[in-house]
Structures are given as structure tokens and as C-alpha cells.
Design a protein around this ligand. Structure first.
Ligand SMILES: [Zn+2]
Length: 298
């Protein structure tokens, strides 16, 4: 069945790119709501987490509806999708989602603290019926049929701490919390200077990112995983693909992808006839029937 959180929880922090302070509440939402951002500083203006509102995605995924922006939504959306929550209101009083520690770990902890409940409508997912590929230069990403939600990702950076890293992930039974959630975002010192000149990364620090120098990193604490970089790419993929409005049943394969490639593949997928179908989970209905009070009474 679909799921939401049991109670409202709140946190606050700063935006990675704008540096602004943000107060944020996660609230339970009814069946078939999906994820909806609510700007409490702008008369509760709503921005649904949907592909149709993607505005730009150079260094983070930003949504735009009727002139109202919502920036850096991917790490929170990754936690919601990764925890298999279907419906949630996200209230915030500023333009950007707090970056917290640069991963999804704090979001997962908050969602676990709130508790997760089943609702009265069957779980829905986007079942992939045929392969769709997006390529741009040496970047490549595809989505293909599978009976699970799988991601295979590879990256290649000419940096001694990264080089070529690949990881295969299957979203099921808490795997997101164990394997992906704590992988942090990363940036290169040269790139950060350029971003700051463009008024970006203003809230960035060693508390919320891995900062790489040409031959090492500035952070004193060790990496959380040897392959933390590719795991974070998978985190970003899960967060961006949450904008489809439901989990996919299919396999994503990514090579050197980023937010812009994710957005291009999603829009190509949605425009490709016969490549997908919305399916309700009969398995969850069956399990609910088995566990219903009438059956237990017997
Ligand atoms: Zn990220």
C-alpha cells in the first residue's frame, strides 16, 4: 500500500547554493498526493515535485512554478523515495532545501523518527516496457525493463581519490539507508571558486561537502565509503527520478551522468509512447488481504 509519515517533524539549516537559513516541516499527506513543496513565506504557494517543473539543473535540481523557485530538492527527495514513502507535504519558508550534512542521512533519521504508516490505496509504480537511451558527448544514461528498481552507475574523474568507480544498487527493504543515504556531495576547489563568483555554493563548507584539492581532500575526517562518490551519484539519481511522481520498476544505467542528463532522460522517457505504464501493486493488495482482521480471526 502507499505510505506517508505518521506525524509532522521539523528541522532547519542552510541552503548549499544560496546560503540562506531555512525552516522546514515534513507533514503527512493523503493518498495519491505525491510530494508537494509548500512555500510558507509566499502564502503557502505549492510546487509539486514533478518533471514538468524542472527549471535548471546545472549544480543542483531547481524547480520553478509561476515564477516561484525551489532549489536543491534532490537529497530530500532521495530520502523520501529511498524510504519508500509515497506521499508527503514539505513546508519551507525560503528558496532552498537545507543541505544538512550534504547527504540524505539526516533526512532518513528524521523520517524514521516521524514513523512511516501504510495508507488506504495501492502502491503505484512506473513500469518500464522498453529501453530508452539518452546520450550527450561521453555521458550516457538508459532505462530498461526489470522486475525491480535497480541502478547501475559508473563515474570517471581524473582524481586520485575517485578515478573509475561503479556501483550496482537495488532499492528494497532499507537498502537505501544502508548503502546510499550517508554518501555526501562533493566538489573540487577550482570549481568552488568559480561557483562562488557566480553566487553559488555560498552555504558550502567542509560540514556539508567533500572538498577535493587537485591531489587529495580538505576534509580531515575520512571518507564514509571508499566509493562514496559513485554512491552519491546514485543518491542524486534516486532524488531526481522521484520527480516522475512514483518509483520506477526498471533498471537505470548511468555513465558520467548528472542532474541535466537525469532530466533529459526523464523527459525522453515520458514522451516515448509504449515505453512505460502506470501499474498498481497487486502484491501489496494480496499481502493486505492476507493480514486483514477477517483472515486473522479464522
Ligand atoms: Zn547531490
Amino acid at each position: 500500500m502507499q505510505k506517508t509519515i505518521s506525524q509532522t517533524i521539523e528541522t532547519n539549516g542552510i541552503g548549499l547554493h544560496t546560503g540562506v537559513t531555512v525552516n522546514l516541516k515534513l507533514k503527512p499527506a493523503p493518498e495519491n498526493t505525491g510530494y508537494i513543496f509548500v512555500r510558507t513565506d509566499l502564502d503557502d504557494f505549492e510546487i509539486p515535485a514533478s518533471v514538468e517543473y524542472i527549471s535548471h539543473c546545472s549544480y543542483a535540481t531547481t524547480l520553478l512554478r509561476k515564477g516561484v523557485l525551489l532549489s536543491t530538492c534532490e537529497h530530500l527527495l532521495a530520502a523520501l523515495r529511498g524510504m519508500e514513502i509515497d506521499n508527503c507535504f514539505i513546508e519551507l519558508d525560503n528558496i532552498e532545501i537545507p543541505i544538512l550534512d550534504g547527504s540524505s542521512e539526516n533526512w532518513v533519521e528524521l523520517l524514521e523518527t516521524a514513523g512511516i504508516v501504510s495508507q488506504n490505496a495501492p502502491h503505484r509504480f512506473l513500469q518500464i516496457k522498453k529501453e530508452v537511451v539518452f546520450e550527450q558527448g561521453d555521458k550516457r544514461m538508459s532505462v530498461a525493463p526489470s522486475d525491480k528498481y535497480e541502478i547501475e552507475c559508473a563515474i570517471d574523474f581524473p582524481h586520485p581519490l575517485i578515478r573509475r568507480q561503479s556501483y550496482s544498487f537495488e532499492l528494497s527493504n532499507g537498502s537505501f539507508g544502508r548503502e546510499i543515504a550517508s554518501a555526501r556531495t562533493f566538489g573540487f576547489t577550482q570549481e568552488i571558486e568559480m561557483l562562488r563568483r557566480a553566487n553559488l555554493a555560498l552555504g558550502g563548507s567542509l560540514d556539508n561537502a567533500i572538498v577535493l584539492t587537485p591531489d587529495g581532500m580538505l576534509n580531515e575526517n575520512p571518507l564514509r565509503f571508499r566509493d562514496e562518490f559513485v554512491r552519491h551519484k546514485i543518491l542524486d539519481i534516486i532524488g531526481d527520478f522521484a520527480l516522475l511522481g512514483m518509483p520506477i520498476q526498471g533498471k537505470l544505467t548511468a555513465y558520467k551522468s548528472g542532474h541535466a542528463v537525469h532530466a533529459s532522460l526523464m523527459s525522453k522517457l515520458l514522451k516515448t509512447e509504449n515505453a512505460w505504464e502506470i501499474v498498481e501493486s497487486f502484491e501489496s493488495r494480496f499481502q493486505t488481504a492476507k493480514n486483514s482482521p477477517e483472515n486473522n480471526a479464522a
